[in-house]
Design a protein. Structure first.
Length: 594
């Protein structure tokens, strides 16, 4: 009862609970009060509101108390090293649940236990927190953000001492510690501690300076950048990215990109876009594309609200805009990072020690490039937490990692940050475009050259909305018991299935022992089908949103130019996949169309 009364300390969460009680909305009350958030692919993420299943000051306090208890047991030098805490610009209109307030409460919990906190004095890009953890040798990092989610959401992202997002067992152990001590401690509510405690330090200036200095490690053509006639437009989608992208461009020798005035300043209501996600494509890039046309700029770079992801659009000679998919931009960036490594590496450098990585639902284009060029490629489970931790292991073993990506427009250029980083990716794209322009090629033209050299990789990603967990469970359990118990399907419509990998259960029919090489992940559903025609398709539930996603790709051989056939065959497989496995009409699924 004491924990429940804690919701009453915040007038807004109190009002929500009282309204639900008054209106007899018992089902929603149970959903809010009987379920606790768990760590998904991007930490904790949920709607801001009352209840243990939502982001609010109480659940942030409880999670931080759990963090403290777990870190105290895991690390002997916690009170010497401290934690990094950052935040974005969400919820500032609703001051009782703003990211800044939640960050201050996070810091208050830690300071009350004698733990130093490097609390950024203003909003920062999410990549600054893992970067600061490494640079300051902190014990862990916490970022208050919901990235590109809708305006009603917020989140709590945790980084371990290695600068990568936490994975199991850390996530489960933190939640166990939360359950051990759910009552707020005496000073946990006292956000004023942040203003008076000598344990609070502001790392903003130091980290910004170091970050911009380290950006030079992925700058290869500064003199060329300084002379380019190209103009760039940048939109920060009402988030944190504007001034940081401006500074990054200066580091690379560019004139600052032209900002979209309506979107450059923080606005937690995201008032000019239907959703704050640049991955949605041209429909949400409207203001930046029109500004680019007016200013004579050929390239648009768009960072999402916490500036860890990047979308890119290029004006073609036909007058149309080409908005690159996450996989297409990764093909370009992967080619570019290897091209630059080759140019600068010392004679005799071992390409066999060079790596690139991608998630298992992303395009296999890097695999194709690696096979031809001699470097090594690995894939991981979806989510940059898996990439970041694997990259750290490779670095610790003396390997060189040039690039990593996930298809949802997340890129890691270099290894200064062990997470996706839209700020560095934006300026690396600008330099790549500048170099290509100097030899008379645009980004789309170079993409065609890459596919002609390494094989066309035609990929399609989309999703269906589903708000009923029972329906989602039924869909995936049917696939695991197709026509008979514990039997996966042999066909999808007319298409024969060669192999099936189920990450949720650990099954992989392509392996001798039928066990998946990738780790089992029970936090979401994920089944991959390899078809006899070469198509690879994955059905997966989102870790942060009510979505069933599909990812499908057809891959051609180097020199094979039948792009049209691959596109048509891919469409036919996707249609069969949706109709036979998802059954949207029967299950009431709503298809997303960007």
């Amino acid at each position: 009862m004491g924990v429940l009364l804690s919701f009453l300390q915040n007038p807004k969460t109190r009002a929500q609970i009282e309204t639900l009680l008054h209106n007899g909305m018992n089902k929603e009350l149970r959903e809010r009060l009987c379920c606790r958030m768990s760590f998904g692919t991007a930490g904790l993420r949920s709607a801001m509101g009352a209840g243990f299943s939502c982001i609010n000051d109480l659940t942030i306090i409880q999670t931080t108390q759990g963090m403290y208890l777990y870190l105290e047991r895991s690390l002997q030098d916690l009170t010497q090293r401290g934690l990094v805490v950052g935040y974005d610009t969400r919820g500032q209109v609703t001051s009782n649940c703003s990211s800044k307030r939640l960050a201050k409460l996070t810091a208050a919990v830690l300071v009350s236990k004698g733990v130093p906190v490097f609390l950024f004095s203003r909003y920062v890009p999410t990549p600054f927190v893992p970067y600061a953890v490494k640079k300051l040798k902190a014990a862990a990092g916490i970022m208050i953000t919901a990235s590109h989610n809708r305006k009603e959401d917020n989140g709590y992202k945790v980084y371990w001492e290695n600068g990568a997002q936490i994975t199991s067992p850390h996530d489960k152990e933190i939640l166990k510690c939360v359950e051990e001590s759910p009552e707020p401690w005496d000073d946990s509510w006292n956000e004023n501690l942040v203003d008076s405690s000598p344990l609070i330090k502001d790392p903003l200036e130091e980290i910004t300076d170091h970050y911009m200095h380290d950006l030079r490690m992925v700058c290869f053509h500064r003199e060329l950048n300084m002379k380019t006639p190209l103009k760039f437009v940048h939109t920060s989608f009402h988030g944190v990215g504007h001034e940081y992208v401006q500074s990054a461009f200066k580091v690379f020798g560019f004139d600052p990109p032209i900002p979209v005035p309506e979107q450059k300043d923080p606005d937690p209501n995201f008032s000019t876009v239907k959703c704050p996600n640049p991955e949605e494509g041209e429909c949400v890039l409207e203001l930046s594309l029109r500004l680019a046309e007016k200013e004579g700029a050929r390239l648009v770079v768009a960072t999402d609200p916490d500036a860890d992801r990047l979308a890119v659009a290029e004006l073609q000679e036909t007058g149309r805009w080409k908005v690159f998919t996450g996989n297409e931009l990764a093909a370009l960036l992967g080619w570019w990072m290897f091209f630059c490594w080759q140019k600068k590496c010392q004679k005799g450098s071992d390409v066999g020690n060079v790596y690139m990585l991608a998630t298992a639902v992303s395009s296999s284009i890097l695999h194709a490039i690696a096979a031809k060029e001699g470097f090594l490629y690995e894939d991981t489970l979806p989510g940059f937490k898996w990439i970041g931790n694997r990259v750290k292991t490779l670095l610790d073993n003396g390997k060189t990692v040039l690039f990593a990506f996930e298809e949802s427009i997340g890129y890691m250029c270099g290894t200064a940050v062990l997470d996706k980083d839209g700020v560095s990716a934006a300026v690396v794209v600008a330099e790549m475009a500048t170099y290509l322009d100097s030899i008379g090629v645009n980004l789309e033209g170079q993409l065609v050259k890459i596919y002609e050299t390494y094989g066309y990789h035609i990929a399609k990603t989309s999703y269906f909305l589903c708000y009923d967990p029972a329906i989602i469970k039924r869909i995936f359990e049917r696939l695991r018991n197709f026509n008979s118990p514990k039997k996966y399907p042999d066909f999808c419509g007319p298409y024969g299935i060669l192999h099936i990998r189920d990450i949720t259960t650990g099954y992989d029919s392509s392996q001798m022992n039928k066990k998946s090489i990738l780790p089992v992940s029970k936090s979401s559903h994920m089944i991959t089908f390899t078809f006899q025609n070469g198509c690879v398709a994955t059905l997966r539930t989102s870790g942060t949103e009510p979505k069933i996603k599909y990812y499908a790709e057809m891959c051609g051989s180097p020199g094979q130019g039948d792009k049209k056939y691959l596109e048509e065959e891919l469409k036919r497989v996707i249609d069969a996949l949706v109709e036979n496995f998802l059954e949207p009409s029967k299950n009431g699924l709503t298809w997303h169309s960007a």
